[in-house]
Design a protein around this ligand. Sequence first.
Ligand SMILES: [Zn+2]
Length: 283
Amino acid sequence: MSAPASANTSSESPPTFNKDMTPEIAFLAQHSAHDFETVLLRWEKIAVAANLRRTILADDEGGFPVIVFETPTTPDAESGLYLCAGVHGDEPAGVWGLIDWAEEHIEELRDSIGAVIFPCFNPSGLVANTRHDHAGRDLNRLFQDDSIPLMKAWRQFMADRKFRLALQLHEDYDARGIYMYELTREGEAFGNSVFQRIESIIPRDIRPEIEGNDFENGILLGTDIDIEERVEEELGGGYPEAIYVFISHSHFSLTFETPSEFSLWERVQSHRKFISQAISAAI
Ligand SMILES: [Zn+2]
């Protein structure tokens, strides 16, 4: 399935809605979940208002730019943020939740927050509604791979940068609620307190096993002690973004997952609120 890139761009005249529509139905009736042009337009406005520096990291090999934004405040190990959405193109809620969060925090982004933001890491996948990139690769097993121009550029950009908190925004079509991979330092877990503040939108997936891993109340806790072993044994040496960033760049690294079969409206709200609450808890 492919979605036309031109659907629902801001150049079209806005449709009229029944005044009795709920906010959710009004949102769903005009969503542009897989429209990368609209993603860029929304971010251009955010970047101007918050004085963000925009860099094209690389071409995604499908004709779209992979962009990174940097705040005027340089992120550091004490309070810096690394935010990334859209590594998997069929998981759009994180891309839009990140936009909503940024639009609500323009002044903080301009004046106080130090962050690097990857608003959509796999634009070709977003447009085509595919997990994989234009070349059919799962980017989230390739963050160690310098043979891919995007990954090489990402690693050069990351260099010796350090962050307090990294957030990776994802979705899962098998999930029955929200869940999280929490990578933290021994004794410093805080993911449960974040979920307590956001689970009123979509409840947790409470199954004891998710994606072949043992979860506890929607959270898989990992520490620096067991993580290298997991990459070798379970992932065949291929590094997901969260693990790579955790090992080399960030004190905490949380991967948040919303259930793709739930309402896009609730999923976007969950991502927006997750970002807010994770930052409050970690910094
Ligand atoms: Zn994903």
